[in-house]
Design a protein around this ligand. Structure first.
Ligand code: COA
Length: 259
């Protein structure tokens, strides 16, 4: 697939999405959002992509935010639409039926931090820097940052980072649970690939069911979440991969799941 602002390749069932505006530190303009929307529709339907890695082009930035030039002209009506469109694309990413690993290779500010938060797993390079600095521009995060940052690191820390606009260096992001792991810049993509391959080696239905049930934590009460979990657990028990996984264990061999 060809895009103006994205690179996309599929290798060994891993879809690699690179935000590709390095001269603008991969800032997300409207066209990039439209392209992400199209690409994630494709990824959702794909029968050959099992895991997705998102990263940024160049060595400096994952994504340095929404395109400030485009947002500088918004009025209140256009601002609501701008925010809702970005949210809809990031919702599409969060609700994707394939695991999304953000390989955060530099600045992840504003919309970049929000893109990482909408991804399922965040791996960061040592030079990654997160933050929601929108207050410096007289706005608030509009692509889910107020909600997802608070859910990820807790309301108190989200208040601090959003109210001060402070940058969060990778070690601090790791300490507060914003990122899962930190690697050197040289290692980051290889480690993301390694994790993707590990996930691909598991039962496919179980991976999708895990995504759905963990994502539900934001929308369901504990009671409803537990019911959802039991239903999905039951669905897993009907699959061939369940038979293969349990048989392999009992026969003391490695499970060989169908792709
Ligand atoms: N929107 C539009 N353009 C952006 C951008 C953004 N969010 N972030 C960076 N750019 C552009 C710069 O305007 C510059 O373009 P130019 O060369 O045509 O002037 C280019 O990317 C390089 O950025 P620059 O600021 O020169 O790099 P730096 O290393 O000095 O600073 C940052 C890096 C990330 C600290 C700085 O670019 C920055 O603060 N960006 C905005 C971050 C932000 O507020 N994000 C939230 C937006 S809601």
């Amino acid at each position: 697939m060809q895009f103006n602002n994205l690179l996309f390749e599929e290798v060994n069932n891993i879809g690699k999405v690179t935000i590709n505006r390095p001269d603008k530190l991969n800032a997300l303009n409207n066209e990039t959002f439209r392209e992400l929307s199209t690409l994630f529709d494709y990824i959702y339907k794909s029968k050959t992509i099992f895991v997705v890695i998102i990263t940024g082009a160049g060595e400096k930035a994952f994504v340095a935010g929404a395109d400030i030039k485009e947002l500088s002209v918004l009025d209140s009506k256009a601002g609501v639409e701008f925010s809702q469109f970005g949210q809809s694309v990031f919702n599409k990413i969060e609700n994707c039926n394939k695991p999304i690993i953000a390989a955060v290779n530099g600045f992840a500010l504003g919309g970049g931090c929000e893109l990482a938060l909408a991804s399922h797993i965040r791996l960061a390079s040592e030079n990654a820097r997160f933050g929601q600095p929108e207050v410096n521009l007289g706005i608030i995060p509009g692509y889910g940052g107020t909600q997802r940052l608070a859910r990820q690191v807790g309301k108190g820390l989200a208040m601090e980072y959003i109210l001060t606009g402070d940058i969060i260096p990778a070690p601090e992001a790791y300490r507060i649970g914003l990122v899962n792991k930190v690697y050197s810049s040289e290692e980051l993509l290889a480690k993301a690939n390694e994790m993707a391959e590990k996930i691909i080696s598991k039962g496919k239905y179980a991976i999708t069911a895990s995504l759905k049930t963990i994502n539900a934590v934001d929308n369901l009460s504990l009671e409803d979440g537990l019911k959802f979990e039991s239903d999905e657990f039951g669905n897993c028990c009907d699959t061939a991969e369940f038979k293969e996984g349990t048989s392999a264990f009992l026969e003391k061999r490695k499970a060989n799941f169908e792709r």
